[in-house]
Design a protein around this ligand. Structure first.
Ligand code: GYE
Length: 307
């Protein structure tokens, strides 16, 4: 007889660590790569993964977290779509003694006992990198530099922080002017739609597009071409993530630069879950290391890209 016959089925089943993961959605190339990373590394670690896609809605994430609590999972991890409004559900998880790990995006709660650790990028620094690149690029320009900004999802940590970091750098020189700033919800379709509106309103006045992610920049590139302008030439384009689509756009000469933001958080998350189960302490913050890729290096770097 197999071992299964000697041990009760429940004893065998209990050995697997159960991880409940509530994902933001599938809004971008970044997000798809992030989901793949989490699924593959949970499998590799031998965990049972309960994966739930919130379709960019906070209420869906709250529902998913409550269902993970009801199912008594070992650990809950999630990437909060927006920063605020999590206290109640996080208190419910705490009361149920289920540890919570934040991945990718953070929450703005004052009570940091509500989660074990937050792993992900420094979004303010990404915004600063974008700003520094632009300041350098425009250093000899005498007149105004007119910028339009495509923001990420309203209320999300990356949208708030990428705006903040960028503004912090460009405000040092009054020639930099943000003409318009609107959300494109991190998607290609909205990025295109909002860029069309920007072009209609400001036309050839626009010198620079700052997009909070590559997908919105890629959508906007289409709008720029349809308006008869040359992306990366008539309008300098800066975006964030450095996904493969951005490299393709850079190689095609249509995107000037992309600031790296790695979605490959899966292995880190699984090792944090193991540490939590083993009772090991974790740092409150685990920051992803990142760089920046201007179009001049795109062709050389492309083969090394993992997402
Ligand atoms: O930049 C964007 C995605 O939270 C860092 O979300 C993530 C952002 C990423 O939709 O493409």
């Amino acid at each position: 007889a197999s071992l299964g016959g000697l041990l009760p089925a429940t004893a065998l089943a209990q050995k697997k660590i159960v991880l409940g993961f509530s994902q933001v959605g599938a809004e971008s190339e970044w997000r798809t790569a992030n989901t793949e990373s989490i699924k593959a590394s949970a499998k590799e670690a031998g965990f049972e993964l309960k994966f739930s896609d919130a379709q960019q809605k906070q209420e869906n994430q709250i529902k998913a977290i409550r269902s993970f609590i009801a199912q008594k999972v070992d650990v809950i991890a999630f990437s909060p779509v927006v920063e605020s409004g999590w206290e109640t559900v996080l208190r419910e998880a705490k009361a149920a003694k289920i540890p919570v790990v934040l991945t990718d995006r953070s929450v703005n709660t004052k009570d940091d006992t509500l989660f074990v650790t937050f792993m992900g990028s420094d979004f303010v620094e990404e915004g600063r990198k974008a700003g520094r690149w632009l300041v350098e690029k425009m250093k000899d320009q005498k007149g105004d530099v007119n910028i339009v900004e495509l923001q990420g999802t309203v209320g999300s940590a990356p949208a708030i922080d990428r705006k903040k970091g960028f503004e912090e750098i460009i405000k040092a020189d009054p020639k930099f002017k943000i003409l318009r700033s609107q959300t494109g919800d991190f998607t290609r379709a909205k990025g295109k739609e909002v860029m069309e509106a920007f072009l209609k309103a400001e036309g050839k006045k626009i010198n620079v597009l700052y997009a909070h992610n590559d997908d919105m920049a890629i959508g906007a590139i289409q709008a720029i071409e349809e308006a008869g302008l040359k992306p990366a030439k008539d309008i300098t384009i800066i975006s964030i993530d450095a996904v493969k689509g951005a490299f393709e756009a850079m190689i095609a000469g249509k995107l000037n630069v992309s600031v790296e933001c790695s979605p490959l958080l899966g292995p880190q998350l699984m090792s944090a879950v193991k540490d939590i189960k083993a009772g090991k302490p974790l740092p409150k913050r685990i920051v992803t290391e990142e760089t920046i890729f201007p179009m001049e290096v795109a062709a050389k770097e492309f083969p090394n890209r993992k997402y």
